[in-house]
Ligand binder design. Structure first.
Ligand code: HEM
Length: 347
């Protein structure tokens, strides 16, 4: 028996099924990058998983050793600075491309029936990605990490009714210390990846079963609906995007390698505590309100996101054709950007 026959007998692969799964017809408008943007955060997620696993080889989740281990990765381990820089930059790009993907889905109204669940899985993925960012930032255990944990757990404590419980759960006690770091580490490398993989699988399952929404551009109306096969056409497009994303990441890592601040010191509060840019709008909002009232803003925003497909349906039912959803979305987007810029340029 030849090798191929032996393999086919001992590990049978149904080639026809493989071809039919991979050659799924994709609507022609997915040739436009902004329409197929969802693939980019997926690529970045895979890069994060790969570089993250490499970082765990040296990272030590212990308040006395974490900072030193990151220092070792950055200055001593071969290519450690590169892997760490790519991991940091890819997290930023993942959030940026995720936001673009959400904006595209929102303004093309493709969260509408039958894609409500896909929007909801998307919102879960968005929140998980933000928590990935927050927990990852804290693991470095530099001054900013420590004080970001302090501010973050303080904000969580202001949540009505369950705030203290959430804050204690995050800290694993009354103070930030070993338990906090263990928990943040556990979430960052086990629990969040698990939920993310589950949510991405469900998201993709629904895309495959419901299909990507079709949109007719004015000039396409009279043309017959064109499609192209996922494999090899779309697969190659994604490969090109992988190449471009890698080139951008390596350029950013070379030009702006990730730095290391001072070691965490619970007794010295830094003059300016700044979170990562994607928390700027919330941070600015909490600065101009008092915490007890301010916390209701992000909670309200998250609830709006989850229920958006159903709210939009109500708007359409009671105010048909007025595009209320569009105007709320546009207003929300402008406000978020104003808050972001305010935090960038304000004090
Ligand atoms: C890791 C995160 C995510 C990944 C990997 C992902 C992946 C994808 C992919 C590959 C598509 C196919 C069409 C396209 O590429 O645009 C898609 C569609 C979709 N995504 Fe995402 N997505 C993510 C997060 C989100 C978020 C945050 C939302 C919204 C809150 C969202 C909502 C949707 C919806 C409603 C569709 C169907 C759109 C249509 O058929 O036109 N996704 N997603």
């Amino acid at each position: 028996m030849g090798f191929k026959n032996w393999l086919q007998t001992s590990f049978p692969i149904n080639e026809e099924a493989l071809v039919s799964i991979s050659s799924e017809p994709i609507p022609n408008h997915l040739k436009r990058w902004w329409w197929a943007l969802g693939g980019t955060p997926l690529i970045l997620f895979l890069i994060q998983a790969f570089t993250g696993i490499l970082l765990i080889f040296y990272y030590v989740p212990d308040p006395d050793k974490a900072y030193e281990s990151v220092k070792y990765i950055t200055f001593t381990a071969k290519f450690g600075w590169l892997i760490r820089s790519i991991h940091r930059w890819a997290s930023n790009l993942m959030i940026a491309t995720l936001l673009l993907h959400m904006i595209r889905v929102f303004f093309t109204q493709t969260f509408r029936s039958p894609r409500e669940f896909n929007w909801i899985f998307g919102v879960i993925l968005f929140l998980i990605t933000l928590i990935f960012g927050f927990t990852g930032y804290s693991l470095v255990y530099e001054q900013m990490s420590y004080w970001a944990m302090k501010v973050g757990t303080g904000i969580a404590a202001a949540t009505p009714f369950i705030g203290n419980w959430i804050s204690d759960f995050m800290k694993g006690g009354s103070e930030i210390g070993q338990n906090t770091l263990t928990r943040f580490f556990l979430f960052h490398v086990v629990i969040l990846p698990f939920i993310a993989i589950l949510a991405i699988s469900l998201h993709i399952y629904l895309i495959r079963t419901l299909g990507v929404s079709t949109l007719e551009f004015k000039r396409d109306v009279n043309e017959p609906k064109k499609t192209f096969p996922f494999f090899p056409d779309h697969f190659y497009t994604e490969l090109i995007i992988v190449t471009i994303v890698m080139a951008i990441l390596i350029t950013l890592a070379l030009l702006f390698p990730v730095s290391l601040g001072e070691k965490a010191n619970p007794n010295v509060t830094p003059l300016h505590i700044k979170p990562e840019w994607y928390f700027y709008p919330v941070f600015r909002w909490l600065k101009i309100t008092n915490l007890e009232v301010g916390i209701l803003g992000p909670i309200f925003f998250i609830l709006m996101l989850f229920s958006w497909p159903f709210l939009d349906r109500l708007f359409e039912k009671y105010f048909p054709g007025k595009e209320i959803g569009f105007w709320i979305g546009a207003g929300g987007l402008i406000t978020i950007n104003v808050f972001l810029l305010w935090e960038v340029f304000g004090h």
